[in-house]
Design a protein around this ligand. Structure first.
Ligand SMILES: *Cc1c(COP(=O)(O)O)cnc(C)c1O
Length: 475
């Protein structure tokens, strides 16, 4: 559903109740400050390096000096999470170990290089709802998607198709297309991309169910995003997994925008495989080592379809340098290379923060923080194109908190590039995705309610400025 009208929801009701109890209005700056005071995660912001306005490349040079020295408003954790301050020490420890002992660093604590990919498992498992032995750190997201598909995409007979969502992240689509072509199938026929209905932005769950019923017997793999990068729509992973399994399909999830953002219970849902990057909500730094999951029910299956490297070996045969690879069961057997402790150190720095906060608190704050953003937007902005000629902002992300995470995707009647540039000059960091959305993602670990309040007032400011410039051009 598109939210074209302010709608009374539970979050809005809670906001009104809490504001009312203090004789404040929900839109008051003081109310944002109050929410910050009462925020059980407020101290976590201190754990992150928060960029200042003056060090951002697109900052307006005419901002007053005291404003330049302020922290920016960072709402781009959907793209690249902020750096944990502890990352330096974790990385430095590995560099120092390398300096101090060279090759001995392979087996010396902290984070012995030879086994460092095992170290984040417990914490990662807690975030994706998996036994530690079913998850690993390795490679990057797209590489892992390929490695997993090489094994889990086994087209045969009438069952050879892959189902993804329409408008999927291009890298995922390219991966699927190349896997289909590698196996000698025609992507035109073998790749099903489920689309929103005409005139709608979101994919309806009933349409996914319908496709599974109609096409199920011809689908080998269902692999959607847990949270869609463009619309911010969160899919009902449990229900889709269950329905696809009932049709005999293998089910994988791309959790790039879901991990560290929404509740995930891979083991309980019976998901076959999953992969994710760690640099978005998991804050491990650009291109950092990624995560992968294989359900332990696959531990006994043949490894013939898996691509192998020396790291695919069981640990006790890895260094025997034998002729044949003695493939480790489950996700461990998908590893090919020795892992980089420098990158793992960055992931560990981030996972320590997640463990200290706990996903439950993170998700609780996420619902209120994004609900607050939504509430302010719906109140301050015209959300209809028809009512009058005033410019409008529209939220395309679902209005149901259970169907989204941090991110709201906005589209505007004003040229989106201009809106983005004006926000950038004011020290607001967010991103634009082609063709027409601005993604705003307040992250519970380091964003405050005041950040959201400042963003909305700045957006209003930008709207007033651009609306005053005539004629308005669509862009
Ligand atoms: C961010 C993202 C990627 C990026 O892939 P890399 O291999 O890490 O470069 C891929 N797919 C989705 C859905 C993403 O959100």
């Amino acid at each position: 559903m598109n939210c074209d009208k302010p709608r009374e929801n539970l979050v809005a009701a809670e906001l009104k109740r809490r504001a009312g109890a203090q004789n404040l209005d929900v839109f008051d700056e003081d109310f944002a400050a109050l929410l910050d005071d009462e925020d059980e995660l407020r101290s976590f912001r201190e754990k992150f390096a928060y960029p200042r306005k003056e060090t951002l490349p697109e900052i307006g040079q005419n901002l007053p000096a005291e404003e330049l020295a302020e922290e920016c408003i960072y709402l781009c954790g959907n793209s690249l999470g902020l750096k944990p301050k502890s990352a330096d020490a974790h990385m430095q420890a590995q560099l120092q170990k390398w300096a101090d002992m060279g090759v001995y660093m392979h087996f010396e604590e902290p984070l012995p290089a030879a086994t460092c990919d095992r170290y984040g498992r417990e914490a990662l498992g807690r975030i994706v709802g998996a036994e530690p032995s079913s998850v690993t750190l390795m490679n990057g997201l797209t590489v892992n998607l390929h490695l997993l598909l090489c094994s889990f995409y086994q087209p045969a007979g009438d069952r050879y198709k892959i189902l993804i969502e329409g408008g999927a992240f291009p890298s995922d689509r390219y991966a699927m297309l190349s896997q289909i072509e590698l196996r000698g199938y025609d992507p035109e026929e073998a790749l099903i991309q489920i689309q929103p209905r005409a005139g709608e932005d979101l994919i309806r769950i009933e349409d996914i169910m319908e496709i599974l019923k109609e096409e199920g017997p011809s689908i080998a793999v269902v692999c959607l995003s847990g949270v869609q990068y463009y619309t911010g729509q969160k899919f009902d992973m449990e229900r889709i997994t269950w329905a696809a399994h009932a049709e005999g399909c293998v089910v994988g999830w791309d959790l790039a925008h879901a991990v560290g953002n929404v509740e995930i219970r891979l083991d309980e849902w019976g998901v076959d495989f999953a992969c994710w990057c760690t640099y978005k909500y998991l804050n491990s730094g650009p291109g950092c080592i990624a995560g992968a999951y294989v359900n332990k029910k696959h531990a006994g299956r043949s490894s013939k379809s898996q691509l192998r490297g020396w790291w695919s070996n069981k640990e006790d045969t890895r260094f025997l340098m034998q002729e044949h690879c003695d493939v480790a069961p489950g996700v461990d057997g998908f590893r090919l290379c020795n892992p980089p402790p420098f990158l793992v150190a960055l992931v560990i720095a981030s996972l320590e923060i997640f463990d200290e906060a706990g996903m439950e608190k993170i998700i609780r704050k996420q619902r209120l923080l994004t609900g607050y953003l939504e509430h302010l937007l719906l109140t301050y902005f015209n959300t209809e194109s028809s009512s009058n000629s005033k410019p409008f902002a529209r939220i395309i992300t679902p209005d149901d908190p259970a169907q989204r995470g941090c991110q709201l995707s906005l589209s505007f009647s004003l040229p989106i590039g201009r809106v983005h540039a004006e926000l950038g000059k004011r020290g607001i960091v967010c991103d634009v995705r082609q063709p027409n959305v601005m993604r705003i993602a307040p992250a519970p670990l380091y964003n405050s309610y005041s950040d959201v309040h400042k963003f909305v007032t700045s957006l209003k400011d930008v709207f007033d400025k651009l609306a005053a410039e005539t004629p308005l051009r669509e862009g």
